[in-house]
Design a protein around this ligand. Structure first.
Ligand code: SF4
Ligand code: SF4
Length: 640
């Protein structure tokens, strides 16, 4: 029993299954707690390394990556260079599963003893091709391309939004089946992180290519990063298939004492990578990840050592130290998602800076770029840096042209919104005018809507205008009495829950009420709805080709004239109706009394009842611009 535990290398097993248990906990918790959304990619150094590539080439971070992931990835890369592929050997959950599936394949006698040499060489190229394609598309799009096919990401997120179901489905199938027939097939042939690790293990080659690239560009050649990327992936594959030992690094390697070794070959048997350890004096094989299994399996204690010292604890301890170092450095170093300065060097030298946090709209590379392009239009703003981890921005500006208030005003988007239908018996709406601090972002309109819906049932809508603090008019049922303390408690709630039909998430708020007045005047229900109304009109090309006498209109009552949710749903209704040739267009309008949803149709091709039936379908069939189709529950069904 003791021998069995010893050969399992308990510390390694403890760490590896601890990692899997932690991931299962995250998956389990997120399936019950709909407000819990762990970022699974944050735990994979490959994401950090891709983001680092994007940072060096484009000066921006990919996707939602932050400095924490980049630094963790970089520390693990340095770990590979100095200590070997420890992440693969003692941490990676995919490596753990691959290894276990490989053992099962051997136990069930399904595994080939040896892959034919030529096939082995060709198969080893796959992971480098995958690495090249992944880095290329990540840098090109600033989105983590690996998310589209990564079996780990697809499985943990339940085929989340970024996942390509076909690619990820194939990847999962390949990941599960191949190791049963071919020893650690995923790691040796397909894993792009395994390919990166091998490139770092051939550190001399990596350094020569990098220096050559830097010198070539310094000489004015302006080479794209694609060339060194192609060179290192190709050379690493070439070195790997020629069984070139990595030299002089990594510093740590398995060493065998030939005078005490009794040639039992237990180490060769136990090596998950199938390396003939028992025949070697020193293991410099590229597949060795310093997992330490061979050391633990050796009966002749101290025959197998790491750098001639018996240190069974070494791989796990170094891996844990590297992870802790990566995480703590990552937490202390901040790298902006984008940093752009367009002012003249002189102006930038004398520029003032303003930092604004809590801009939830700044949440990824794309929204950071949108923010920067908005700021470029503001005269006097000289540059911006965004940090998606805490949704903050730093703005360089010319204090002679702008004040911080001017900048905040430019970021601010005024909103006017009805938050729910006003019942017929609510004839008059009162107005509360409040000054609310920390309310600048477009997302704040959504949060304010939820805050009111969840805590102030008498509220039917609001509008915001820029001021310091932001001025908010809240429209509510005039018959409800409101006192300042209750209202302050509502505005200063620290958390709301946002549901989107699939997920629920908790949002922390930090609004401060600084002053409120309750107006004596009121606004009639109909006037309020007219004020909130946002017109919509979309006609199809066939509308213009149809003679006017043939056009008829179906008129339905529409109770949501200014509700954001329904505004967003109108294009889906339009898409749904577009597949019926008789339908010519959709619009919303505010007649003399009430808002209406109107559907234009060709009266010789369909009757009113038919159009009504299509408009009232249980589900809306949607045709997306990329050719895909989908369907959603029809929110307009009860409009009749
Ligand atoms: S090669 Fe890839 S899957 Fe295998 S252990 Fe390394 S990182 Fe994990
Ligand atoms: S040689 Fe030893 S340390 Fe290297 S992979 Fe095989 S068992 Fe692990």
């Amino acid at each position: 029993m003791f021998k069995r535990i010893k050969s399992l290398h308990p510390w390694r097993e403890f760490l590896r299954f601890g990692v899997i248990a932690w991931i299962l906990y995250l998956v389990f918790r997120s399936s019950f707690d709909r407000a819990f959304h762990p970022d699974y990619e944050a735990y994979c150094p490959f994401g950090g390394l891709q983001a680092a590539a994007s940072l060096f080439e484009r000066g921006s971070l990919a996707c939602t990556m932050t400095s924490a992931q980049i630094v963790t990835g970089a520390v693990l890369a340095i770990g590979v260079i100095i200590f070997s592929k420890l992440f693969c050997g003692v941490v990676c959950p995919l490596g753990t599963i691959t290894e276990k599936l490989s053992s099962l394949g051997r136990k069930w006698k399904l595994q080939v003893k040896q892959v034919p040499e030529i096939a082995d060489k060709l198969l080893r190229s796959l992971k480098y091709i995958l690495l090249f394609v992944t880095v290329y598309y990540t840098v090109d799009s600033s989105e983590l391309f690996c998310k589209t096919y990564d079996p780990y990401y697809a499985a943990t997120t339940g085929f989340g939004a970024d996942v390509n179901p076909l690619w990820a489905g194939i990847a999962i199938l390949v990941f599960i089946t191949t190791p049963i027939f071919i020893r650690t097939a995923w790691c040796r042939y397909l894993c792009p992180l395994g390919a990166v690790s091998n490139i770092f293990r051939y550190f001399l080659m990596f350094s020569v290519v990098t220096i050559a690239y830097i010198l070539a560009n310094a000489a004015g050649l302006q080479l794209s990063y694609v060339w060194p990327l192609a060179a290192v992936t190709f050379l690493a594959w070439l070195f790997e298939i020629q069984r070139k030992a990595s030299f002089p690094l990594p510093l740590s390697r398995i060493t065998r004492n030939t005078s005490t070794c009794n040639n039992c070959k237990q180490c060769t048997e136990s090596c998950p990578q199938g390396i003939p350890v028992g025949k070697l004096k020193e293991v410099r094989h590229i597949d060795c990840n310093l997992c330490g299994v061979c050391v633990a399996s050796c009966n002749q204690q101290k025959s197998l050592t790491i750098n001639h010292r018996y240190r069974e604890w070494y791989p796990v301890t170094i891996a844990v130290l590297l992870i802790v170092l990566g995480l703590s450095l990552g937490a202390s170093i901040r790298i902006p998602t984008i940093e752009q300065q367009w002012g003249e060097p002189n102006d930038l030298e004398n520029a003032s800076t303003l930092t604004i946090s809590g801009l939830d709209n700044v949440k990824c590379y794309g929204s950071s770029m949108a923010f920067a392009s908005g700021m470029k239009k503001v005269n006097g703003v000289l540059g911006v840096a965004t940090y998606v981890d805490d949704h903050s921005v730093k703005i360089w500006y010319d204090a002679n042209k702008l004040t911080p208030t001017d900048i905040r005003k430019n970021i601010f988007t005024p909103v006017r919104r009805q938050i729910k239908p006003v019942p017929e018996d609510v004839r008059q709406l009162g107005v509360i005018t409040a000054g609310i601090d920390q309310l600048y972002d477009v997302y704040d309109a959504e949060y304010l809507q939820q805050l009111l819906l969840q805590n102030f049932p008498a509220a039917y809508g609001f509008e915001t205008t820029f001021d310091c603090p932001v001025k908010v008019n809240i429209f509510y049922d005039k018959t409800t009495s409101v006192d300042k303390n209750t209202f302050k408690k509502i505005v200063e709630k620290r958390e709301i829950r946002i549901e989107n039909g699939v997920n629920t998430r908790k949002v922390k708020l930090n609004y401060q009420l600084s002053g409120m007045t309750i107006s004596d005047t009121s606004i009639a229900r109909n006037e309020f709805m007219k004020m909130m109304f946002v017109p919509y009109r979309k006609t199809f090309a066939r509308f213009d080709r149809t003679p006017i006498p043939s056009i008829d209109t179906l008129r339905l009552s529409y109770n949501h004239p200014g509700e954001n949710h329904y505004q967003r749903m109108l294009p889906y209704l339009t898409s749904h109706l577009s597949s019926y040739q008789a339908v010519l267009g959709v619009r919303t309008t505010f007649g003399r009394r009430n808002p209406e949803l109107q559907v234009f149709f060709h009266k010789e091709k369909a009757g009113t009842s038919q159009i009504k039936e299509w408009t009232n379908a249980d589900r809306l069939e949607i045709h997306y611009a990329n050719g895909k189709k989908g369907s959603i529950t029809n929110p307009f069904r009860s409009e009749d």
